[in-house]
Design a protein around this ligand. Sequence first.
Ligand code: T46
Length: 134
Amino acid sequence: MLTKTIKFPPLGDQRGHLVALEANKTVPFEIKRVYYLFGTKPGVSRGFHAHKDLKQVAIAVRGSCRFVLKDGKNEESIILSDSTTGLLIESAVWREMYDFSEDCVLLVLASEHYDEADYIRNYQEFLEFMNEKN
Ligand code: T46
């Protein structure tokens, strides 16, 4: 299963909603970096890369988008549209992102600092990396 989701317990009350994201608790790694994607233009797709080591959790805190995940053999698609659900993206998984709603704010929690050397941005190289790994 490539699409692993984490349900964050909603802690809201009559005043509104609250979700807590805690490293090594609700998020299964130490969080070293947080970034968010927003203002993605209609029809634009993003991603098209894998990470050698990085693990991430992505949450559509507003709006929606669709992830396609690939491991070289299997492919799965998932729509993120719920601010209490995170998509856990393990290392060595190719990701593509589509269908961003205009209001989409995609929050991403990352297990490592930014390192371009950890990216595989060519799909053929990704397949070779997976062959060597397995
Ligand atoms: C991912 C998906 C979900 C930085 O300088 N620091 C950062 O922390 C990040 C994430 C990116 N950048 C730079 C690298 C590029 O020059 O920002 C530019 C845009 O990044 P990229 O084209 O990789 O963006 P996406 O939306 O295709 O992918 C991003 C993350 O890079 C990636 O790890 O899994 O969001």
